[in-house]
Design a protein around this ligand. Structure first.
Ligand code: AMP
Length: 323
C-alpha cells in the first residue's frame, strides 16, 4: 500500500517507524520475502553500500514508483575491494541513511554484516572472466568478481522482481545485465541515469574525500566526456564520417589535461555498450552507432570514475528514465 507522506516531520517518522523493517540476517530477509509470495507483490530492489546521496535515492524512488514493495540493501562489500583500496575508510553512516530512506516509500532495509554474508568455508563465487581485462577490471583486479558474487547472493536472498542500478557504474550495469541473462536469473534490471552536481560532477559517496579545491576541479571529468559526446554526435548525417578511437582519446585527454589538479589519467575507454570491449571507430550519422566513453582519473589522491553514453547506447542502456 502506498502512503502519501505528510508535510510534517513527525508524521513522516511515525509512518516510517511502522513501515521500514530493518533486517540484519539472511534468514530474516528470506522469511520476509516468503511472506510476500502469496500476495504476488512485485519487489523492487536497490543494492547499495550506504552513505546514501540523491543518486542512490533516484534509484530508490524509481523502485518505489513501479513496484508494490521496495527493498534497499546497505552492505559495504569487502570482496570488491582490492588490497590498498579504501575499504576501511569507506564512509559508513547507517543512521543518516535511515533518515533518508524513511522519507520515501521503502518497506525494508537489508543490512547484514560481513560474517552474515560470507561463510569462512565458502567454495563458490561468480567469476566474470571477460571483465578482468577491460580497463576498470585491470585497475581493480578483485572488483568485478566481488560485485558479481555479492549481487548474485543478494538476488538469491531478496528474490526481487526488478533491481535498479546507476549508470554511474556503467561496467557494473553491463556485467549485471549479462550475468542475469547468462545465468537465467528471473530479475529485470533497470539502469538509471547518473545524477550530477551542478558542475556535472557525478554524485558519489567517495566525493567526500575531495578537498574543496579538488572538488572545484572535479567537474572536468564530465566536461571532457560531454565534449567527446558532442563531437561524436555532431553532424548526424546519413553515411557520416568515421571517428577513430585515437580522435576520441586525444580530445578527452586534452580536456582532462587542461585541469592541473588532475594528477593522473588512469584510462580513457571507448567501448561497446554491450560488453565493454574497446572499439576502433564510431560512425557519425549511423543510426546504430553506439559507444560508452568512460574514464578514471586521480584528482590529488582521489580516484574518480565517470562515463557518458553515445548515440544508440543511451536508449539501449537506459530504456526508461528513472528521474
Ligand atoms: P554504491 O553504494 O556506490 O554501491 O551505489 C549503489 C548504486 O547507486 C549503484 O547502482 C550505483 O551505480 C548507484 N549510484 C551511485 N551514484 C549514483 C549517481 N550519481 N546517480 C545514479 N546512481 C548512482
Amino acid at each position: 500500500m502506498s502512503l502519501t507522506l505528510s508535510t510534517t516531520r513527525n508524521v513522516v517518522l511515525r509512518v516510517s517507524k511502522r513501515n521500514v523493517h530493518i533486517l540484519r540476517t539472511v534468514k530474516e530477509m528470506q522469511e520476509y520475502r516468503q511472506s510476500l509470495y502469496k500476495s504476488g507483490k512485485s519487489i523492487g530492489f536497490v543494492p547499495t553500500m550506504g552513505a546514501l546521496h540523491d543518486g542512490h535515492m533516484s534509484l530508490v524512488q524509481q523502485a518505489a514508483r513501479v513496484n508494490d514493495e521496495t527493498v534497499v540493501s546497505i552492505f559495504v562489500n569487502p570482496t570488491q575491494f582490492s588490497k590498498g583500496e579504501d575499504l576501511d575508510k569507506y564512509p559508513r553512516q547507517f543512521d543518516a541513511d535511515m533518515e533518508l530512506l524513511k522519507k520515501v516509500n521503502v518497506n525494508c532495509v537489508f543490512a547484514p554484516n560481513e560474517h552474515e554474508m560470507y561463510q569462512k568455508d565458502a567454495l563458490c563465487h561468480v567469476e566474470p572472466t571477460a571483465f578482468s581485462d577491460i580497463y576498470e577490471g585491470k585497475a581493480r583486479p578483485d572488483f568485478f568478481r566481488g560485485v558479481a558474487t555479492v549481487v548474485c547472493k543478494l538476488f538469491n536472498i531478496v528474490q526481487p522482481t526488478a533491481a535498479y542500478f546507476g549508470q554511474k557504474d556503467i561496467s557494473q550495469c553491463i556485467l549485471v545485465k549479462k550475468m542475469v541473462s547468462d545465468l537465467n536469473m528471473p530479475v529485470h534490471i533497470s539502469v538509471c541515469e547518473t545524477l550530477r552536481e551542478l558542475d556535472g560532477l557525478a554524485m558519489s559517496s567517495r566525493n567526500v574525500y575531495l578537498t574543496s579545491t579538488e572538488r572545484s576541479a572535479a567537474g572536468i571529468l564530465y566536461k571532457a566526456l560531454d565534449e567527446v559526446k558532442q563531437y561524436c554526435e555532431s553532424q548526424l548525417l546519413p553515411g557520416g564520417e568515421a571517428i577513430s578511437r585515437a580522435d576520441v582519446i586525444r580530445l578527452a585527454t586534452a580536456v582532462l589535461q587542461s585541469e592541473k589538479l588532475v594528477t593522473r589519467i588512469e584510462y580513457i575507454s571507448f567501448a561497446s555498450h554491450r560488453n565493454m570491449r574497446e572499439l576502433d571507430t564510431y560512425i557519425r550519422g549511423d543510426k546504430n552507432a553506439a559507444a560508452v566513453i568512460s574514464t578514471a582519473v586521480r584528482i590529488g589522491n582521489v580516484r574518480l570514475i565517470d562515463n557518458i553514453l553515445i548515440g544508440k547506447a543511451h536508449d539501449d542502456i537506459l530504456g526508461i528514465k528513472c528521474t
